[in-house]
Design a binder for this molecule. Structure first.
Ligand code: ADP
Length: 457
């Protein structure tokens, strides 16, 4: 608002100066012209004296001014229309002095509604200075014109300033009301009500801020719902083995059992404890996989990690009569943390064994597909029903709960895999046919550098 006032004040001053300037220019031209006319008429006189000058001037209608003085080259008055007796006296007006220096002069002053203008020009006779003509004029009419113009400009400025004040007050009020509404909404959201919406309407920056807050609360609401779901699923999953342990210990304590049965029960307790252990480890991996923390990725080839996983799981595969085949010839470098890559391959190969059928095969292939490095895990197992395919990456989802539990599954493996793959800019796809087998394919951007090319050769 202060800036607007400043601008209006500046405009006011500028307009009144400009109006005076316009009058100044027109006045200067006319006064100099009059002086030059008189000077040229007087230059043609044989003798320049008071009578001759008076006669010449009175014969020229256009030379009617408030005061007219004619001096000789020394500045002594020859004729003064105001004071007939000043002949012979020196006229020391600055304009006269300037004109006797052979310059045309015009000065101007606006005071008390009157325009006071003065002009003087040298009088020459065949290139020799013979004197000067000085004219002075009071112009009350032009003065009042300037005054009324300035009054108009002032009125316009005041009206504009009032309008600016009114608008500023209106907008400031509207702004603070809307701002207060946003702050009230923020307080409600802060207290945990993520269903609250900021309703402002309009299309200004505050409405945009309001809709950004609404988007944020939507996201908070979703993540809060996911968090609740996760906590309830996790407690449910942890509750089952804990309940089994409690049941088994109660049975041992309450019933008189023979030694072999007690041993069997204790073995079962151990298995449940193992399950709890695996579950808590998977939960830790899951939170690591989903955290946005920057990991220190490196450019590595996938084959060594794949071989490590295969070595690790061969024993289990053999126990389940599953043959593991590998084709790692299409290996290429990718940007990833080795631990992450291990987790992905381990979980997929472990599932391929777990959900396979005795005598089945698991094939692990590494391929290069244009700009992508491709990791493929194919099994000849039970397959996944079409309606379940969309859910297998969800936490705690299991197609066949009994089978998964029996094989030590937690329903977390694939959600961990997907979390890690996405964090490393990859994608994971699944194809499956019930009773025939399943293929998981993971794509990562291939990361060829000169260094890795050289080490490959
Ligand atoms: P789990 O620990 O139960 O194996 P996952 O998240 O690894 O959990 O897998 C989720 C579900 O997807 C499994 O319970 C299983 O039903 C199904 N699944 C995963 N991999 C395979 C596969 N290779 N063949 C058939 N079903 C699979």
């Amino acid at each position: 608002m202060t800036v607007t006032f400043g601008v209006l004040l500046f405009l006011n001053i500028y307009c009144s100066q400009t109006s005076q300037q316009i009058f100044y220019q027109s006045k200067e031209a006319s006064m100099i012209e009059k002086c030059q006319l008189a000077a040229s008429e007087l230059s043609s006189l044989e003798v320049i004296n008071r009578e001759n000058v008076s006669e010449t001037i009175s014969g020229m209608e256009s030379l009617r001014v408030t005061r007219l003085i004619v001096t000789d080259q020394a500045g002594q008055a020859i004729y003064d229309s105001w004071a007939p007796n000043t002949a012979g006296k020196y006229v020391l007006f600055p304009e006269v002095v300037e004109a006797l220096g052979c310059n045309d002069v015009f000065t101007w002053r606006y005071h008390d509604g009157v325009m006071h203008s003065q002009a003087a020009v040298p009088m020459m006779y065949y290139g020799t200075l013979t004197g000067c003509v000085y004219m002075m004029e009071y112009d009350a009419q032009q003065g009042s014109l300037i005054r009324s113009l300035q009054a108009n400009i002032l009125t316009i400025t005041v009206v504009l300033e009032l309008v600016v004040i009114l608008f500023s007050l209106f907008f400031a009020r509207a702004f603070s009301t809307r701002m207060r509404r946003i702050m009230a909404s923020m307080r409600i959201i802060q207290e945990g009500d993520y269903t609250h919406k900021v309703n402002l309407g309009g299309h200004d920056e505050l409405s945009i801020l309001g809709s950004e807050i609404n988007d944020l609360t939507d996201r908070l609401q979703t993540s809060e719902a996911k968090r609740r779901q996760f906590v309830s699923d996790a407690s449910h999953e942890l509750k089952t083995p804990l309940a089994s342990i409690k049941l088994l210990t109660d049975s041992i304590l309450q019933n008189e059992m023979d030694q072999p049965t007690v041993m069997e029960f204790v073995e079962d307790i151990g298995k449940e404890a193992d399950r709890l252990n695996r579950m808590s480890q998977k939960l830790l991996s899951l939170s690591k996989a989903e955290s946005q923390e920057e990991n220190e990725s490196e450019i590595i080839r996938m084959a060594p990690t794949a071989e490590r996983v295969v070595r690790m799981l061969t024993g289990i595969a053999e126990k389940s009569q599953i043959r593991i085949e590998t084709d790692l010839s299409g290996d290429c470098p990718v940007l990833i943390q080795e631990d992450d890559l291990y987790q992905i391959i381990f979980n997929l190969v472990e599932n391929g064994i777990k959900y396979n059928t005795p005598g089945g095969t698991l094939t692990l292939t590494l391929q290069r597909d244009e700009d992508n490095a491709m990791l493929k895990v194919t099994d000849t197992g039970v397959g996944i029903p079409t309606e379940s395919i969309g859910h297998i990456f969800e936490r705690f989802y299991r197609v066949d709960k009994a089978r998964s539990r029996k094989s030590g599954g937690s329903g977390l493996g694939l959600s961990i895999v997907r979390g890690i793959v996405e964090r490393n800019n990859g994608t994971i796809l699944v194809e499956s046919a019930l009773g025939q087998g399943t293929t998981f394919t993971v794509y990562f951007p291939a990361f060829d550098t000169e260094e890795t090319e050289e080490s490959a050769t």
